[in-house]
Design a protein around this ligand. Structure first.
Ligand SMILES: NC(=O)c1ccc[n+]([C@@H]2O[C@H](COP(=O)([O-])OP(=O)(O)OC[C@H]3O[C@@H](n4cnc5c(N)ncnc54)[C@H](OP(=O)(O)O)[C@@H]3O)[C@@H](O)[C@H]2O)c1
Length: 266
């Protein structure tokens, strides 16, 4: 039986790259995001690689929509072998300028979006006694990043979710991994929410983040896809992608010094 993967946030960026890589590896692919036209284009690329694809417009922050997504994938493919939680949004700026609605929007997608898929996929994985769940986190889930309190809160939660779920499911044949990208050359920052004391400050923050994307050390979406594949194929627990691994290791070994350096840099 052909294996299948369910990937959220797969209409572009690293989710799209992951869908195409899994298709290349022989998986049927179920993909979700909100914009159906973009998703359909990715599904067509998957089919061009000889695999089946279903594309479902889904807002992962809505539990009922995720339940429908999982049911549709199961009806189509019989089982889900791999779940890749990847849909995410970015919120940056000083925390005193964020509204509670901002916080809710971020946590609803970056954390609840992951909990929803796990909740609906898990019973079937437990029943079949096998499967893999890969949660795409961030280096901001391994170390604090300046002006990213809300985002890092959501990603630290994903780190905790992944580690604890791995412990719980290891005896049930289900592998849980976390893949933590550094900065990715995707349109993530273009769609990020920037907050500041005024529009000018928020704009400056946006410009700074935009400049970062032109640096040579920025990861490509295909590198994230490779890391997700590696986590599944080699049952790796945690991968920090690219040069971000140096920063997270520095923080692990020398948290005080790293935090001091980050403070000075900002
Ligand atoms: N880009 C970075 O620098 C960076 C760094 C570290 C970690 N990450 C993490 O890597 C993951 C992928 O990032 P990326 O750079 O590939 O992002 P991206 O290019 O902006 O793609 C994000 C995807 O998530 C989908 N999405 C957003 N909100 C959604 C919602 N409510 N429901 C369903 N889908 C939703 C988007 O499609 P729709 O808008 O159509 O819904 C899109 O397909 C995220 O978890 C992100 O936090 C990114």
């Amino acid at each position: 039986m052909t294996k299948s993967v369910l990937i959220t946030g797969a209409s572009q960026g690293s989710g799209r790259a992951t869908a195409l890589l899994f298709a290349q590896k022989g998986y049927n692919v179920a993909i979700a995001a909100r914009q159906l036209d973009r998703l359909e284009a990715v599904a067509a690329e998957v089919r061009a690689r000889g695999q089946q694809a279903i594309a479902l417009s889904t807002d992962v922050s809505e539990a009922e929509q995720v339940e429908a997504l999982v049911n549709k994938a199961l009806a189509e493919f019989g089982q889900i072998d791999v779940l890749v939680n990847n849909a995410g949004v970015c919120l940056t700026g000083s925390v005193e300028h964020m509204t509670l609605a901002d916080w809710h929007q971020l946590i609803d997608v970056n954390l609840w979006g992951y909990i929803h898929t796990i909740h609906y996929v898990l019973p079937q994985m437990v029943q079949q006694g096998s499967g893999a769940i890969v949660n795409v986190g961030s280096f901001g889930g391994k170390m604090p990043l300046p002006n990213m309190t809300a985002y890092c809160t959501s990603k630290y939660a994903v780190t905790g979710l992944s580690a604890t779920l791995r412990l719980e499911l290891s005896g049930k044949g289900i592998h849980v991994a976390a893949v933590h990208p550094g900065v990715i050359n995707s349109s993530f920052m273009e769609r990020a929410m920037f907050r500041g004391e005024d529009a000018q400050k928020a704009g400056q923050q946006r410009d700074r983040m935009g400049e970062m994307l032109s640096q040579s050390w920025v990861s490509q979406p295909e590198e994230i896809a490779q890391a997700v594949w590696q986590a599944v194929d080699q049952r790796q627990d945690e991968i920090v992608v690219g040069p971000a691994a140096i920063a997270t290791e520095a923080y692990r070994l020398l948290p005080g010094l790293t935090q001091w350096a980050l403070g000075r840099a900002t």
